[in-house]
Design a protein around this ligand. Structure first.
Ligand code: CTP
Length: 472
């Protein structure tokens, strides 16, 4: 890869780089490498490198459950682009409430912002209607993020010095939410020592910025750094803060999961089954997919929606399940959450069994293949990590320990499925994770508190991600 030469950085960016490098004890060059590395692995790719991920916490959800943003439109020629920004934000399912400074109203009207945002627009700190209950505090707090676009030199200066003499600056001073600025001004104003000092101060205060970009100015014949970032860039940066990309520790890994019961036919209309709902296996498939894995879910008959992005293979019997599992190999991790019927009927009727004078038919049972044991004992295609479940109604840990050895798997998730626990078919689970290294009988037991099946799945996938990383 070619060496990197970075020229024409504007001063504020250079100062910020030096500051970051000093803070992390790296050279400026190394710091740039780290920033570039983070930017490339981050999704979506258009999020600007100047925006650092910051997860807002403890935020009130809007009534619709959508992310909510307060957009402060400052008074600059770029204000017209703020109208397009409202559209771009709404496309991303972000609710927008606009505040216009007095100067902004020279460029765009409250009516236009209101029509696009479908919300009331706020303009005045001394508006009796919104200030009777401290409206500026609500506008600062009843949102997940505040965006200032365009952030003019004047607004930036006011923020840096803590002024609060109009609605916009009062909101910014009262805010306890992340703030994203999209500066826009003439290049001379951007490069002015006062602006550079103010921007640096705001960045030190944790304020995020997107842009400004280099390019033509509205003023004829002028060009340089100072153009407001494009609305799509600002919207992407806002979304990146509101919905930070989740870590994908299982990216590039293939995970196989079995789930649900199996149905073993007695005749064309009757079958042997069990009470498994498939919820735990489906939750694991969803969590593994969210962690970036390619997921194959081989499921017995269940009444659940297919998890998005997961390849679901529906089967009926234990023998079908074994065939489809074998066909899905090789995988990096195999998790056997299915409640496979241990027996099937040897003398399966081709026609419906009829009541006869001869009395009650006798069903002869034969043992089904043990899918977990079969896969655990494979020579060539054994997945590096094989995880079974142990559904027990008594001597939980003792039976689970015996099962891990007998079946030859690496981990067992043991759960008590006695009717009083409500685990079979229910939404919660209390599990114990048994792990062993190699083929030894030294087994560790980690008992987890009662959790939802989704939480069990998330925790299990986190453990798997840790183990996969250690192994590789
Ligand atoms: N399992 C399997 N194939 C079978 C039976 C069980 O793959 N024919 C798997 C299950 O998916 C689970 C583990 O083996 O991961 C243990 O299942 P469980 O029902 O708890 O135990 P069994 O093997 O059926 O043994 P027992 O009935 O004696 O408890």
């Amino acid at each position: 890869m070619a060496n990197l030469t970075i020229r024409k950085l504007d001063d504020a960016v250079r100062d910020e780089l030096r500051l970051r490098a000093a803070r992390s004890g790296r050279s400026v060059e190394d710091e740039v490498r780290v920033i570039l590395g983070e930017a490339v692995t981050r999704l979506p790719s258009e999020v600007p490198a100047t925006v650092s991920a910051q997860r807002p916490h403890g935020l009130p959800a809007s009534a619709s459950g959508l992310a909510r943003l307060t957009l402060i439109i400052g008074g600059g020629i770029a204000a017209y682009k703020a109208l397009d920004l409202i559209r771009r934000l709404k496309e991303r399912r972000i609710e927008v409430r606009c505040v216009l400074t007095k100067a902004a109203q020279q460029f765009v009207t409250p009516l236009a912002a209101s029509a696009l945002s479908h919300e009331r627009v706020y303009t005045d700190l001394f508006d009796a209607e919104s200030e009777f209950d401290a409206g500026h505090i609500r506008l600062a707090r009843e949102c997940d993020l505040i965006v200032v676009a365009p952030a003019t030199a004047d607004l930036i200066a006011k923020m840096a010095h803590g002024h609060a003499d109009d609605l916009a600056s009062a909101i910014l001073l009262a805010a306890n939410r992340p703030i994203l600025l999209a500066p826009a001004m003439n290049p001379l104003m951007w490069n002015n020592a006062a602006t550079r000092r103010n921007v640096l101060q705001l960045r030190r205060d944790g304020i995020l910025t997107v842009g400004p970009n280099a390019g033509e100015m509205a003023e004829a014949g002028e060009a340089g750094v100072g153009r407001m970032a494009e609305p799509t860039e600002i919207a992407a940066a806002a979304e990146h803060i509101l919905r930070p990309p989740q870590p994908r520790p299982l990216a590039g890994k293939r995970v196989l999961i079995t789930a649900g019961p199996t149905h073993e036919a007695i005749d064309p209309v009757r079958y042997i089954a069990n009470r498994s709902s498939g919820k735990q296996g489906f939750a694991i498939a969803t969590a593994a997919r969210s962690a970036g894995a390619e997921v194959v879910l081989v499921s017995g008959p269940v009444d659940l929606a297919e998890p998005a992005g997961v390849s679901v293979i529906s089967v009926e019997s234990a023998r079908d399940m074994l065939h489809r599992v074998e066909a899905a190999l090789p995988v990096d991790v195999a998790i056997f959450a299915a409640a496979v019927a241990d027996w099937r009927v040897a003398n399966e009727g081709e026609q419906k069994l009829k009541k006869t004078a001869a009395g009650v038919p006798s069903l002869q049972l034969v043992e089904n293949p043990d899918i977990l044991a079969t896969i655990s004992k494979l020579k060539d295609k054994r997945p590096p990590l094989v995880i079974g479940f142990a559904a027990e109604t008594e001597h939980l840990i003792e039976n689970a320990k015996a099962k891990i050895v007998r079946k030859g798997c690496d981990w067992i998730v043991a759960n008590d499925v006695s009717p009083t626990t409500g685990v079979m078919g229910g939404d919660r689970n209390t599990v114990h994770l048994l792990t062993r290294e190699g083929e030894g009988e030294d087994i560790s037991v980690d008992s987890w508190p009662v959790m939802t099946k989704e939480q069990v799945a998330t925790e299990l996938v986190a453990r798997i991600a840790g183990a996969v990383e250690t192994k590789s």
